[in-house]
Design a protein around this ligand. Structure first.
Ligand SMILES: N[C@@H](CCC(=O)N[C@@H](CS)C(=O)NCC(=O)O)C(=O)O
Length: 212
Protein backbone atom coordinates (compact mmCIF):
# COMPACT_ATOMS: atom_id res chain seq x y z
CA UNK A 1 0.00 0.00 0.00
CA UNK A 2 1.31 3.45 -0.94
CA UNK A 3 2.38 5.67 1.94
CA UNK A 4 0.70 8.98 2.72
CA UNK A 5 2.79 11.75 4.22
CA UNK A 6 0.94 14.49 6.04
CA UNK A 7 2.92 17.67 6.46
CA UNK A 8 2.68 21.41 6.10
CA UNK A 9 3.59 23.29 2.93
CA UNK A 10 7.14 23.60 4.24
CA UNK A 11 10.51 21.92 3.73
CA UNK A 12 11.47 21.94 7.42
CA UNK A 13 10.69 18.64 9.16
CA UNK A 14 9.00 17.26 6.05
CA UNK A 15 12.01 17.18 3.79
CA UNK A 16 13.99 14.35 5.46
CA UNK A 17 11.06 11.92 5.09
CA UNK A 18 10.41 13.06 1.53
CA UNK A 19 14.03 12.50 0.55
CA UNK A 20 14.10 9.06 2.18
CA UNK A 21 10.88 8.07 0.37
CA UNK A 22 12.36 9.36 -2.90
CA UNK A 23 15.72 7.63 -2.40
CA UNK A 24 13.87 4.38 -1.70
CA UNK A 25 11.65 4.93 -4.76
CA UNK A 26 8.63 4.30 -2.59
CA UNK A 27 5.23 5.29 -3.91
CA UNK A 28 3.60 7.92 -1.71
CA UNK A 29 1.15 10.76 -1.82
CA UNK A 30 1.46 13.91 0.18
CA UNK A 31 -1.19 15.84 2.05
CA UNK A 32 0.34 19.35 2.02
CA UNK A 33 -1.33 21.41 4.71
CA UNK A 34 -1.19 25.19 4.44
CA UNK A 35 0.36 26.19 7.74
CA UNK A 36 -1.36 29.57 7.82
CA UNK A 37 -4.85 28.72 6.59
CA UNK A 38 -5.43 24.97 7.16
CA UNK A 39 -3.28 23.74 10.02
CA UNK A 40 -5.45 24.95 12.91
CA UNK A 41 -8.41 23.03 11.50
CA UNK A 42 -6.42 19.82 10.97
CA UNK A 43 -4.22 19.69 14.07
CA UNK A 44 -6.67 17.53 16.03
CA UNK A 45 -6.73 14.94 13.25
CA UNK A 46 -3.31 13.77 14.42
CA UNK A 47 -2.76 11.71 17.54
CA UNK A 48 0.10 13.90 18.81
CA UNK A 49 -1.33 17.06 17.19
CA UNK A 50 1.86 17.69 15.18
CA UNK A 51 3.26 16.72 11.80
CA UNK A 52 4.96 15.10 9.93
CA UNK A 53 2.86 11.97 10.09
CA UNK A 54 3.35 8.95 7.85
CA UNK A 55 0.33 6.73 7.34
CA UNK A 56 1.46 3.11 7.48
CA UNK A 57 -1.29 0.55 6.85
CA UNK A 58 -3.89 2.93 8.28
CA UNK A 59 -1.85 3.85 11.37
CA UNK A 60 -0.28 7.20 12.12
CA UNK A 61 3.49 7.26 12.59
CA UNK A 62 4.83 10.48 14.14
CA UNK A 63 8.30 11.98 14.58
CA UNK A 64 10.48 12.97 11.66
CA UNK A 65 13.41 10.70 12.46
CA UNK A 66 11.29 7.77 13.58
CA UNK A 67 9.56 7.93 10.19
CA UNK A 68 12.93 8.01 8.38
CA UNK A 69 14.35 5.18 10.45
CA UNK A 70 11.26 3.03 9.95
CA UNK A 71 11.45 3.52 6.18
CA UNK A 72 15.18 2.87 6.11
CA UNK A 73 14.95 -0.31 8.16
CA UNK A 74 11.88 -1.62 6.39
CA UNK A 75 13.32 -1.07 2.91
CA UNK A 76 16.91 -2.13 3.63
CA UNK A 77 18.60 1.24 3.71
CA UNK A 78 19.92 0.91 7.23
CA UNK A 79 22.95 -0.38 9.05
CA UNK A 80 22.35 -3.80 10.58
CA UNK A 81 24.98 -3.25 13.28
CA UNK A 82 23.36 -1.86 16.45
CA UNK A 83 26.28 0.31 17.55
CA UNK A 84 26.78 1.77 14.06
CA UNK A 85 23.06 2.51 13.74
CA UNK A 86 23.06 4.09 17.20
CA UNK A 87 26.03 6.35 16.46
CA UNK A 88 24.44 7.37 13.16
CA UNK A 89 21.25 8.25 14.92
CA UNK A 90 23.12 10.17 17.63
CA UNK A 91 24.47 12.46 14.93
CA UNK A 92 21.16 12.75 13.13
CA UNK A 93 19.33 13.66 16.33
CA UNK A 94 21.97 16.30 17.08
CA UNK A 95 21.22 18.07 13.83
CA UNK A 96 17.49 17.57 14.19
CA UNK A 97 17.59 19.25 17.63
CA UNK A 98 18.56 22.49 15.90
CA UNK A 99 15.23 22.48 14.06
CA UNK A 100 13.56 23.52 17.34
CA UNK A 101 15.44 26.84 17.20
CA UNK A 102 14.61 27.28 13.51
CA UNK A 103 10.91 26.62 14.12
CA UNK A 104 10.82 29.05 17.05
CA UNK A 105 12.58 31.71 14.94
CA UNK A 106 9.99 31.45 12.17
CA UNK A 107 7.01 31.39 14.54
CA UNK A 108 8.39 34.36 16.48
CA UNK A 109 8.84 36.34 13.27
CA UNK A 110 5.27 35.51 12.24
CA UNK A 111 4.05 36.83 15.59
CA UNK A 112 6.14 39.98 15.22
CA UNK A 113 8.51 39.04 18.04
CA UNK A 114 11.72 39.85 16.21
CA UNK A 115 13.94 39.76 19.28
CA UNK A 116 13.04 36.15 20.05
CA UNK A 117 13.42 35.30 16.37
CA UNK A 118 16.94 36.77 16.34
CA UNK A 119 17.89 34.98 19.57
CA UNK A 120 16.86 31.65 18.06
CA UNK A 121 18.72 32.32 14.81
CA UNK A 122 21.78 33.02 16.96
CA UNK A 123 21.38 29.61 18.59
CA UNK A 124 21.18 27.99 15.16
CA UNK A 125 24.44 29.68 14.19
CA UNK A 126 26.10 28.45 17.38
CA UNK A 127 24.83 24.86 17.15
CA UNK A 128 25.29 24.13 13.45
CA UNK A 129 29.13 24.28 13.38
CA UNK A 130 29.28 21.89 16.35
CA UNK A 131 27.18 19.35 14.48
CA UNK A 132 29.11 19.88 11.24
CA UNK A 133 32.43 19.30 12.99
CA UNK A 134 31.18 15.96 14.27
CA UNK A 135 29.55 15.04 10.99
CA UNK A 136 32.75 15.70 9.05
CA UNK A 137 34.69 13.41 11.38
CA UNK A 138 32.18 10.58 11.01
CA UNK A 139 31.96 10.35 7.23
CA UNK A 140 33.86 7.31 5.99
CA UNK A 141 36.37 7.24 3.16
CA UNK A 142 33.55 5.77 1.08
CA UNK A 143 31.55 8.94 1.76
CA UNK A 144 28.83 7.70 4.12
CA UNK A 145 28.13 8.34 7.79
CA UNK A 146 29.76 5.66 9.98
CA UNK A 147 29.41 3.25 7.08
CA UNK A 148 30.87 2.09 3.81
CA UNK A 149 27.38 2.06 2.30
CA UNK A 150 24.61 4.63 2.02
CA UNK A 151 21.92 4.46 4.72
CA UNK A 152 18.78 6.45 5.47
CA UNK A 153 20.86 8.62 7.81
CA UNK A 154 22.90 9.92 4.87
CA UNK A 155 19.70 10.78 3.02
CA UNK A 156 17.99 12.48 5.96
CA UNK A 157 21.21 14.31 6.85
CA UNK A 158 21.57 15.58 3.28
CA UNK A 159 17.96 16.82 3.28
CA UNK A 160 18.72 18.87 6.39
CA UNK A 161 22.08 20.14 5.10
CA UNK A 162 20.34 21.28 1.93
CA UNK A 163 17.85 23.31 3.97
CA UNK A 164 20.53 24.85 6.17
CA UNK A 165 22.62 25.72 3.14
CA UNK A 166 19.67 27.46 1.52
CA UNK A 167 18.92 29.30 4.75
CA UNK A 168 22.42 30.20 5.92
CA UNK A 169 24.28 30.56 2.62
CA UNK A 170 26.23 28.45 0.16
CA UNK A 171 29.43 28.87 2.21
CA UNK A 172 27.98 26.83 5.05
CA UNK A 173 29.90 23.68 4.10
CA UNK A 174 33.02 25.33 2.75
CA UNK A 175 35.22 23.95 5.56
CA UNK A 176 33.58 20.52 5.47
CA UNK A 177 34.52 18.77 2.20
CA UNK A 178 33.18 15.36 3.18
CA UNK A 179 29.84 16.85 4.17
CA UNK A 180 29.74 18.75 0.88
CA UNK A 181 30.40 15.53 -1.03
CA UNK A 182 27.74 13.68 0.97
CA UNK A 183 25.15 16.32 0.09
CA UNK A 184 26.17 16.23 -3.57
CA UNK A 185 25.96 12.41 -3.73
CA UNK A 186 22.47 12.33 -2.27
CA UNK A 187 21.26 15.23 -4.41
CA UNK A 188 22.50 13.36 -7.48
CA UNK A 189 20.21 10.37 -6.83
CA UNK A 190 17.72 10.74 -9.71
CA UNK A 191 14.48 10.76 -7.66
CA UNK A 192 15.98 13.29 -5.22
CA UNK A 193 17.36 15.41 -8.08
CA UNK A 194 13.92 15.45 -9.73
CA UNK A 195 12.26 16.47 -6.48
CA UNK A 196 14.77 19.29 -5.88
CA UNK A 197 13.98 20.62 -9.36
CA UNK A 198 10.21 20.38 -9.07
CA UNK A 199 9.54 21.20 -5.39
CA UNK A 200 7.87 24.48 -4.47
CA UNK A 201 10.13 27.33 -3.27
CA UNK A 202 10.31 28.21 0.42
CA UNK A 203 6.88 29.32 1.61
CA UNK A 204 6.53 32.83 3.02
CA UNK A 205 6.53 31.33 6.53
CA UNK A 206 9.98 29.75 6.17
CA UNK A 207 11.55 32.24 3.77
CA UNK A 208 14.97 32.85 5.36
CA UNK A 209 15.34 36.28 3.73
CA UNK A 210 16.11 38.91 6.34
CA UNK A 211 16.26 36.40 9.20
CA UNK A 212 19.48 34.44 8.61
N1 LIG B 1 9.83 16.21 17.22
C1 LIG B 1 8.79 16.30 16.24
C2 LIG B 1 8.28 17.73 16.21
C3 LIG B 1 7.02 17.85 15.37
C4 LIG B 1 6.57 19.30 15.26
O1 LIG B 1 6.64 20.08 16.23
N2 LIG B 1 6.09 19.66 14.08
C5 LIG B 1 5.64 21.00 13.85
C6 LIG B 1 5.84 21.36 12.39
S1 LIG B 1 7.52 21.29 11.89
C7 LIG B 1 4.15 21.10 14.11
O2 LIG B 1 3.41 20.20 13.82
N3 LIG B 1 3.73 22.27 14.60
C8 LIG B 1 2.36 22.62 14.71
C9 LIG B 1 1.84 22.76 16.09
O3 LIG B 1 2.59 22.53 17.05
O4 LIG B 1 0.67 23.13 16.20
C10 LIG B 1 9.34 15.85 14.90
O5 LIG B 1 10.55 15.92 14.70
O6 LIG B 1 8.58 15.39 14.05
Amino acid sequence: MAYVLHYMDLRARGEPGRWVLKALRQEYTEDRINILTQWAGKKKDFEFEVCPVLMVDGQQLHQTLVICRYLGEKHNLASSDLWTATRQQELMESLHDVSNYVATAFISRLRGNLETAAANVKQVKVRIPVVLRNLEARISNQGWIHSDQMTWVDVAMAACLDIYQDMMGKDLLVDYPRSQALLASIKALPPVADWVTERPPFSKFEDPEGLF
